[in-house]
Design a protein around this ligand. Structure first.
Ligand code: ADP
Ligand code: ZN
Length: 362
């Protein structure tokens, strides 16, 4: 198998390195008595259909989806590790999308105060974002990723070949995070999204492989510098304060994360313009690209519970969003802070008044 690799180190955090391997074909974790592979039922079905093979022995199959990113599933992973007799030197392997990778990593981080961890992300979103950088989580009390740890995997295997079977909505969800990374750090990657739109949407392996590798490298640089998100890593939350509000308002798992992020980025661009920070030219260019890829960039997202559906009092959708933002764990003090851009690859984090936030949701 042809692989190329590089290493992320975490000088500020000290918990060791992540060796990242890029594979031209699908990588299957090895089975041994001291490993536990965690996956979900959709991936297990692909395997049963003969698309690829995972080991029966030592593989825990969980139900799929954000709905199951729960402490109960975390408990099931820990129980399976105990049943298998894993010690502290055992290795947990998350083999799946962001949900599986985040939960398996969480379980590894607390099992006997920290066991081995490898990740094999199988969604685009997990490859370019969730599996890179050591954040672990499960949802709690209706709040997304409310509990978790920082615990990087020792090995991360990236195989773009997994993307062939990804449902369209999941594929597009990952694309939104990749576009976000391009907006934050790489104008050349941003123009590639424009230039190669047809190839990107057709999941051209060469084009996509290049995009994934670049996103992983860029995110790796940021997390090396700021592992525990005290500073620069917060930039990666571009669009996310608005996105989390939309995801919570619609119901966790009812809209893809990337769909919400793309809309959130458009709101952040509008907020930046309202505050006189974002150049109108950049806001226009970025929103045009988001719209060309089919994402909603208008203030009222069609999935936001709407007064017309009888779920909210008339005119209250913006206030509802704001309430969700105020409960976002990333806020400091009273004012909600937003990641805003001056222009391509120039980013700032600033508080905004409620009135300003409401203005860009009207
Ligand atoms: P994300 O990676 O977006 O955080 P999930 O872990 O919930 O989210 O994965 C999204 C969905 O895609 C799940 O239903 C999962 O079972 C499915 N899935 C993951 N990887 C693949 C794949 N390579 N092919 C087809 N479906 C997949
Ligand atoms: Zn995200």
């Amino acid at each position: 198998m042809n692989t190329r690799s590089f290493t992320i180190s975490y000088p500020a955090a000290g918990p060791g390195n992540t060796d990242i391997f890029f594979h031209d074909s699908i990588y299957i974790p090895e089975d041994s008595p001291c490993t536990l592979t965690v996956t979900d039922e959709h991936i297990a079905d692909l395997y049963k259909a003969g698309l690829f093979k995972i080991q029966d022995e030592g593989t825990l199959v969980l139900p799929a989806g954000e709905k199951y990113k729960t402490p109960e599933m975390l408990g099931r992973i820990l129980e399976a590790a105990l049943d298998r007799g894993l010690g502290r030197d055992g290795v947990f392997t998350g083999f799946g999308g962001g949900v599986i990778c985040d939960m398996t990593a969480f379980a590894a981080s607390v099992y006997m105060r920290g066991a081995g961890l490898e990740l094999v992300p199988t969604t685009l979103l997990a490859m370019v974002d969730a599996a890179v950088g050591g954040k672990t989580a499960c949802d709690f009390g209706g709040a997304k990723n409310a509990v978790g740890t920082f615990y990087p995997a020792s090995k991360l295997h990236i195989c773009p070949a997994f993307i062939d079977t990804l449902p369209e909505a999941e594929y597009r969800s990952g694309l939104a995070e990749a576009v976000k990374t391009a907006m934050l750090y790489d104008p050349e990657l941003f123009s590639l999204f424009r230039r190669e739109k047809a190839a990107v949407l057709a999941r051209d392996r060469a084009v996509l492989g290049g995009i994934i590798r670049r996103c992983v490298e860029l995110k790796a640089q940021v997390v090396e510098e700021d592992f525990t998100e005290k500073g620069r890593r917060m930039e990666l939350n571009l669009g996310h304060t608005f996105a989390h509000a939309l995801e919570s308002a619609v119901g966790l798992g009812e809209i893809t994360h990337g769909e919400a992020v793309a809309w959130g980025i458009a709101r952040a661009l509008d907020l930046g313009m309202l505050k006189g920070i974002t150049s109108p030219g950049w806001a226009e260019e970025a929103k045009t690209l988001l719209a060309e890829y089919g994402w909603c960039t208008l203030p009222q997202h069609p999935r936001m519970p709407h007064p017309a559906a009888g779920k909210l009092p008339p005119g209250s959708a913006p206030q509802t969003s704001l309430r969700f933002m105020k409960s976002d764990k990333k806020q400091r003090g009273g004012a909600v802070r937003f990641v805003l851009q001056r222009e391509a690859a120039v980013t700032e984090i600033l508080p905004a008044e409620d009135s300003e936030v409401l203005e860009v949701l009207k």
